[in-house]
Design a binder for this molecule. Sequence first.
Ligand code: NAP
Length: 288
Amino acid sequence: MPAKRLNGKACASDLEERLKMRIAECKVQPHLAVVIVGDDPASHVYVRNKISSCERLGIKSTHIELPANTKQEEVASTIISLNENDSLHGILIQSPLPSHMDEESLTDLIDPTKDVDGFHPSNLGRIVQGRLDGMIPCTPAGVMEMLRWAEVDMAGKKAVVIGRSFNVGMPQALLLASRGADATVTIVHSKTIDAREECRAADIVVAAVGSPEMVKPDWVKPGAIVIDVGINRVEDNSRERGWRLAGDVHPGVSEVASLLSPVPGGVGPMTVAMLMANTVTSAEAQHS
Ligand code: NAP
């Protein structure tokens, strides 16, 4: 029997309804600043999506566009002035920044209470401490929200996270292992000896690699739950634009898994919804 689809769009729209109620009760209108540097077309699409989510929910947004040749110090002073602006609750610096910039040191400058991406070291560190009430990186937080929405019981289950990035794989592994979720987690990365065998043993697989359709049907235990985080462009000359979007999971996995999040329409909408949730949480915390 083909896997059930884990519908990220429906989960995100449920979450948005709950956010609208929180926004209505919040003492102040939540306000997000989105900073984009340069002309990367995909990044501009992501920023437009975030701004239209803000509009849909009644979150105020400020959009700051800087040219690709902006100096690092100018981005740094923009961040510092956004930190000092009391009317702002969230600051997002769209990644990737141009190659002459040190993204890590700019992230370090963001006030952790306004760090709605959750990438500041103090926010990532709080996850290690099991303090999950703050700014959690949006993609892994969105995966956890989807699993809970689908009423997946993670306790004692064997979970494999493929990927160990600071923004997805590592926080994902910590969240799955955290108290309340209680999965037993293995992290697979590029030096893992046999990724297929590790995955085959898992009840839950989260693939966050950036390698199109890497997780094949014979990597997955029958009945497993598979979350595809990957967003990859692959050549497809049958389409007018010459490419299509592919995840990290092969479509044939739907014949083996019991529940599978699709690409597109799975984790992507949840990532944006969790960004909105972090902005609302920050506004509530600053005006409680
Ligand atoms: P990343 O920083 O490039 O990390 C990729 C990870 O995959 C690394 O830890 C790497 O291992 C591991 N890896 C690479 N090749 C591997 C292999 N053959 N076997 C096992 N592990 C391997 O990427 P990311 O930012 O985490 O993003 C991962 C994917 O998710 C990308 O497709 C990205 O576009 C997508 N993404 C989607 C969303 C969304 O909203 N849906 C959000 C963020 C990211 P090493 O550490 O050993 O190099």
